[in-house]
Write a protein that binds this ligand. Structure first.
Ligand SMILES: Nc1nc2c(ncn2[C@@H]2O[C@H](COP(=O)(O)OP(=O)(O)O)[C@@H](O)[C@H]2O)c(=O)[nH]1
Ligand SMILES: [Mg+2]
Length: 169
């Protein structure tokens, strides 16, 4: 299977904007009511993450991808993923903090929230407005295992890129 990422997160978390930014498109994000497949990205409606009724759709779609991006909006103090949510998927998890450019962004708070979802994996702090973190997300999706992703994060030494490891602490 070609490496592909599914983006999940709340309504307004920035999934569609991130999709455009990663693919270098300039079309404005429209509100998506259904799954949208692009080159190596599957954009999902926020309702899929916000409403447990749709978890089965996320489960089914996960079968078609290698990576899952768990988006947390840095301007939003509300956490909508159940704790440990990524444990339910045998796919490589990547935590993505969006809107880091925003004046109301609270990065520390977002990191703590995403760590309750992903206990072992990379977290990338991004902005679709100024492009922060885009190259890291693309590089990580090209990797086939967690060890490579961990190695990448450790070698980069970038403040916008971290690796969370709560499993053994
Ligand atoms: N400042 C800022 N705003 C963003 C960023 N990403 C998305 N937004 C804004 O957040 C809102 C929701 O984005 P959208 O991509 O539609 O979210 P989705 O519902 O998760 O697909 C829009 O008004 C975007 O312009 C970002 O990186 N920085
Ligand atoms: Mg959208």
């Amino acid at each position: 299977m070609k490496n592909r990422a599914m983006l999940i997160g709340a309504i307004g978390a920035g999934k569609s904007t991130l999709t455009n930014s990663l693919l270098g498109k300039i079309v404005p994000a429209i509100k998506t009511q259904t799954l949208v497949y692009y080159d190596w990205i599957v954009d999902t409606p926020g309702e899929y993450t916000e409403n447990p009724f749709f978890y089965k759709n996320i489960m089914a779609t996960a079968l078609e991808v290698t990576h899952i991006f768990y988006l947390q909006d840095a301007t939003n103090g509300k956490m909508i993923f159940p704790p440990g949510f990524s444990m339910g998927f045998s796919k490589l998890p990547i935590g993505v903090i969006t809107k880091s450019d925003h004046p109301d962004a609270n990065i520390e708070r977002s990191i703590e929230m995403i760590r309750s979802v992903i206990s072992f994996g990379p977290i990338v702090i991004t902005s679709s407005v100024n492009g922060t973190g885009m190259e890291h997300l693309k590089a990580l999706v090209d990797m086939d295992d967690m060890a490579s992703m961990k190695n990448y994060v450790e070698n980069k030494q970038d403040d916008y890129l971290l690796f969370t490891n709560d499993l053994y602490s």
